[in-house]
Ligand binder design. Structure first.
Ligand SMILES: NC(=O)c1ccc[n+]([C@@H]2O[C@H](COP(=O)([O-])OP(=O)(O)OC[C@H]3O[C@@H](n4cnc5c(N)ncnc54)[C@H](O)[C@@H]3O)[C@@H](O)[C@H]2O)c1
Length: 133
């Protein structure tokens, strides 16, 4: 796996994954660690953090409990990352069934603000960004 394409040839070292404790994230995290990346998982652990327990002692992995709607906390963790993989979401029928009353609001309304929130933080950081080596 090579993320150079995402960053226009700039070497990518530290990757933040929103929703990194989920189904896709928990597969992606060990793949990135194995390839020498530093990984920050930023997740509110709606389904727990068990998927990451076997990697919890890895010095190249930071696990952060946070909501992506919390722009201040998100900005703090995004600021020193080279790439962001945005997986945080409420996904699938079982989740919608479990949170039946929230499902429409969460899936139709909140997922859009989630992404919008992330983009706003990125825009803010880009303005303040200093060239990296
Ligand atoms: N699973 C698949 O086969 C598949 C296929 C194609 C696309 N996708 C997409 O990939 C993304 C991730 O899917 P998944 O299957 O890993 O989902 P998942 O439900 O397993 O994981 C989502 C993670 O996001 C976290 N999360 C939810 N809201 C959050 C918030 N406000 N702040 C921080 N974290 C939050 C949850 O705690 C969870 O750990 C989704 O956008 C999904 O549509 C998944």
């Amino acid at each position: 796996m090579n993320f150079n394409g995402i960053t226009n040839g700039v070497s990518t070292k530290r990757v933040l994954i929103t929703g990194g404790a989920g189904y896709l994230g928990s597969t992606l995290v060990p793949m990135l660690l194995q390839r020498g990346y530093e990984v920050v998982v930023y997740d509110k652990f709606m389904w727990g953090a068990g998927s990451l327990l076997s990697h919890a002692g890895n010095p190249h992995l930071e696990i952060v409990r946070g909501d992506i709607l919390d722009k201040k906390l998100l900005a703090r963790w995004m600021s020193d990352c080279d790439a962001i993989i945005h997986l945080a979401a409420i996904v699938g029928y079982p989740a919608c069934e479990k949170f039946r009353d929230e499902a429409v609001e969460v899936c139709l309304l909140r997922n859009i603000p989630h992404t919008s929130s992330l983009l706003q933080v990125l825009k803010f950081l880009r303005v303040k960004d200093k060239p990296r080596e």
